[in-house]
Design a protein around this ligand. Structure first.
Ligand SMILES: Cc1cc2nc3c(=O)[nH]c(=O)nc-3n(C[C@H](O)[C@H](O)[C@H](O)COP(=O)(O)O)c2cc1C
Length: 370
């Protein structure tokens, strides 16, 4: 079998997964309006991808304030919880496994996405320069607009942010998710706390490495106390420089965090880039899910080298609902259509054919032309 290691079973936390092909979190901006509720179509989309060893959902904001894009789903209302329960149920009905990604966009947002038109919140009043978010444009139609000037969080508000994650963890638990992934990557709120360029705070949540990662540790501990550390993962991207992130101490903070996450005993760390992966692995004894620009061949080699236990794929899962089946058959992969990634309906979402579908329609065409 090709990609034998990638397609072999592994245990993450105490979840047995039949292969090491993880679906990466992919924002698709298709939640029902008003209310940012995951739809039946989203349940179908995730169920189509249930062959993944583990699905990580698109970012689900833990509070309305945490919303970073138009029609991104939340996990902070009863209707959203019911929508997610339907998603998790649909994946489980196809024998899949699914983690929900808890997210807070922080400054990667816009006042047009915020209740009452308030500015988005962030560790400090540092705007993400040259960064665009998916939000209503001046004429009200969806599109990409410059990230807004954020309001720095008061020290007294931070406990409330932690509670938003706790509330979302209860909702995730009730919705039936197998795991919870806490996003501290790619320039969103928790990464804004970790990185030196975006955190200018002088309280207990800014300054030293320990202080800058404090909110992450508090959230991970709190969420672990809700569903058990063995069901928690954290996504980090220490080398990420998009979203106007500058971090003079990325290595120090990610390795310090590795020790804290090992102490808490979480199931996995999802590294969205390969920076310091070996050093990280020396400290963190849970599973490592690596992600980014991997072909199946690279992913297989990475796991064989012992660098990671599993590899997450992003773009490949957009266009290949049956990615694992295609890898097993060493079949070609379809490419995603950029025009239908963000927003819209079923087109470019649930209508990518499986290999079986594609072969059947080819046969039909051949039969018709005969
Ligand atoms: C359509 C799309 C949406 C994405 N949305 C997010 C997101 O909301 N948050 C995030 O951290 N990463 C997001 N990513 C990044 C992916 O999780 C992944 O890290 C990236 O696609 C690299 O993996 P790949 O080379 O297999 O595509 C997105 C990627 C794509 C293609």
């Amino acid at each position: 079998m090709p990609y034998e290691t990638l397609l072999s079973a592994v245990v993450i936390g105490n979840l047995e997964v039949p292969n090491r092909v993880v679906m990466a979190p992919l924002a698709r901006h298709r939640a029902a309006q008003p209310g940012d509720v995951p739809t039946e179509t989203s349940a179908h989309y995730y169920a189509q991808r249930a062959g993944a060893g583990l699905i990580v959902t698109e970012p689900a904001h833990v509070s309305p304030e945490g919303q970073g894009g138009l029609a991104a789903p939340g996990i902070c209302s009863d209707a959203q919880e019911a929508g997610w329960k339907n998603v998790a149920g649909a994946v489980h009905a196809r024998q899949g496994r699914i983690a929900v990604q808890l997210s807070h966009a922080g400054r990667m947002s816009h006042r047009r996405l915020q209740e009452g038109g308030a500015p988005p919140v962030a560790p400090s009043a540092v705007r993400a320069r040259g960064v665009q978010v998916f939000a209503p444009q001046d004429d009200g139609t969806p599109g990409f607009v410059d990230a807004d000037d954020p309001r720095p969080l008061e020290s007294a508000e931070i406990a409330g942010i932690v509670l938003q994650y706790v509330d979302a963890a209860h909702r995730a638990h009730r919705a039936g998710f197998d795991m919870i992934e806490i996003d501290a990557s790619n320039g969103y709120l928790l990464h804004q706390f970790i990185a030196t360029g975006t955190n200018r705070r002088t309280d207990d949540y800014g300054g030293s490495v320990e202080n800058r990662v404090r909110i992450v540790v508090e959230i991970v501990e709190a969420v672990a106390s809700v569903i058990g550390a063995h069901r928690v993962g954290v996504r980090l991207s220490p080398g990420f420089t998009g979203a106007d992130i500058e971090d003079a101490e990325a290595q120090a903070s990610s390795l310090y965090l590795a020790g804290e996450l090992a102490r808490i005993g979480i199931a996995y760390v999802h590294l969205a880039d390969a920076h310091f992966i070996d050093a990280f692995r020396d400290i963190f004894n849970g599973a490592i899910i690596a992600c980014g620009d991997d072909t199946a061949q690279d992913a297989n080699a990475r796991i064989e080298r012992g660098e990671a236990d599993a590899v997450a794929f992003g773009r490949a899962f957009v266009a290949n609902p049956d990615l694992v089946e295609r890898l097993k058959a060493d079949a070609p992969l379809a490419e995603p259509d950029a025009a239908t990634i963000h927003g819209g309906g079923e087109q470019g979402y649930t209508d990518y054919p499986t290999l079986g579908d594609a072969r059947r329609s080819e046969n039909n065409e051949n039969n018709e032309s005969n």
